[in-house]
Write a protein that binds this ligand. Structure first.
Ligand code: C2E
Ligand code: CA
Ligand code: CA
Length: 386
């Protein structure tokens, strides 16, 4: 700046030339603005390979530079971020930026490799992603079922299918360990198709066994499965394959995901409804947005998120909100299910407010079809003395 504008330009040109001269064939250098450059290195086989490149850049910049009759000694600070499955350009730049500030704080002419936890996360995602592919092919996926109890009849009227991964080394994994990775890619589509087919098969077995009183089978789907991937088509196929009556299948989609859906997804959801399969909004109350979409979507059931039920009786806001959500659901003519019921106290309050259905550890944990059998045998169908 002290040598004038054109001297500044000359410095930039020379720095860019030097950075370019130490990069490898497929690498890309660009100027973000001001004195910030970005270098993208594709095809590294490990994050460690970036270090010699950073070192070469530091050395190239450190050579004296002659501009406007002055000899300048420049330094740069470099922040390195490594990506993996799910990494976006935006996130890479943001992580690199953070690492650069750490490098700056650490002194002149240094580089810092982005947060180790991020690199570890990227590696975990790659491992999970590869593993999930194998899980599908090698039949390591399982479904467990959690009963949903009707509060008027006290009978089991539905079950929710929940996915598990029987990992060859890590044991039985819950969706929290892997579903985000599957959802970040199209992998959720074939996985979700497997879940639908498997759940429908089990639902059909229970339909045969319990007849008119058979529990509905509710299946979680991800927004990726809706719209372009023709959820209605997949639902129609699994109904035909399994023989499960449409009214005994239900589809759950979280409020967060529902709100992201576009026109084609909404048309797809209506097509699902037109097959006779009801739709539930999962984790209701966590979407942080207006509820006008409720008018446009073919929803039959509201599932009040566990986070509200958790605070019943102890947290004033949760208590008031749960009451209000039940009233809202009923005002819209919907069935209201409360999730995550763990105590008798919670159950009593929900009953008092006229909540239709409950689900939670108090009634039953999710279990394999086989382990759930005795529970169902006792609680499906008309109750004793009815
Ligand atoms: P979700 O649909 O809200 O499912 C309820 C979760 O709460 C389940 O966790 C269930 O085990 C747990 N839960 C039920 N009752 C209680 C309770 O009383 N207390 C507590 N603390 N937890 C309870 P899970 O099985 O780990 O599933 C987590 C999430 O993963 C699900 O949340 C759902 O969003 C997703 N998920 C599960 N299976 C599938 C699937 O097949 N496809 C897709 N796309 N997502 C799935
Ligand atoms: Ca659910
Ligand atoms: Ca839920």
């Amino acid at each position: 700046d002290s040598l004038g504008h054109s001297a500044g330009d000359e410095v930039l040109v020379e720095v860019a030339r030097r950075v370019g001269s130490v990069l490898r064939g497929g690498d890309l250098a660009a100027r973000l603005g001001g004195d910030e450059l970005v270098v993208a290195c594709a095809d590294l086989s490990s994050p460690a390979e970036v270090e010699p490149i950073a070192q070469r850049i530091l050395e190239a910049i450190a050579l004296p530079l002659l501009v406007a009759d002055h000899v300048l000694h420049l330094t740069v600070s470099i922040g390195v971020a490594t990506g993996g499955v799910g990494a976006t350009a935006l996130r890479l730049v943001r992580d690199a930026d953070r690492a650069m500030y750490r490098a700056k704080r650490g002194g002149k002419a240094r580089y810092e490799v982005g947060d180790d936890s991020l690199a570890a996360l990227a590696i975990r995602q790659i491992e999970v992603y590869d593993g999930l592919h194998r899980a599908l092919e090698e039949d390591q996926l399982r479904l467990v079922y959690q009963p949903v109890v009707d509060l008027v009849s006290d009978r089991v009227v539905a079950v929710e299918a929940l996915l598990r991964w029987e990992h060859p080394e890590r044991g039985l994994l819950a969706p929290g360990e892997f579903i985000d990775v599957a959802e970040s890619r199209e992998l959720i589509v074939p996985m979700g198709r497997w879940v639908l087919a498997q759940a429908a098969r089990q639902g059909a077995l229970w339909a045969e066994r319990y007849g008119d009183a058979a529990p509905q089978m509710w299946v979680n789907v991800s927004d990726r499965q809706v719209g372009r991937h023709d959820l209605a088509g997949a639902v129609r196929e699994v109904l035909e394959e399994s023989g499960l009556p449409a009214r005994l299948l239900g589809i759950e989609l979280t409020e967060r995901q529902l709100m992201r859906t576009g026109d084609s997804a909404r048309a797809d959801l209506r097509a699902v409804r037109d097959l006779g399969v009801p739709l539930a909004i999962d984790d209701f109350g966590t979407g942080h947005t207006g509820i006008e979409y409720l008018r446009e979507l073919p929803v039959a059931v509201l599932k009040i998120d566990r986070s509200f039920v958790e605070g019943l009786g102890t947290d004033r806001t949760s208590t008031a909100l749960t009451d209000a959500l039940i009233t809202l659901g009923h005002g819209l003519g919907l069935t209201v299910t409360a999730e995550g019921v763990e105590t008798e106290g919670q159950l009593a309050m929900l009953r008092g407010w006229g909540c239709d259905r409950v689900q939670g550890y108090l009634l039953s944990r999710p279990r394999s079809a086989e382990d759930l059998e005795p529970y169902l045998a006792e609680r499906v169908g008309p109750g004793p003395g009815r």
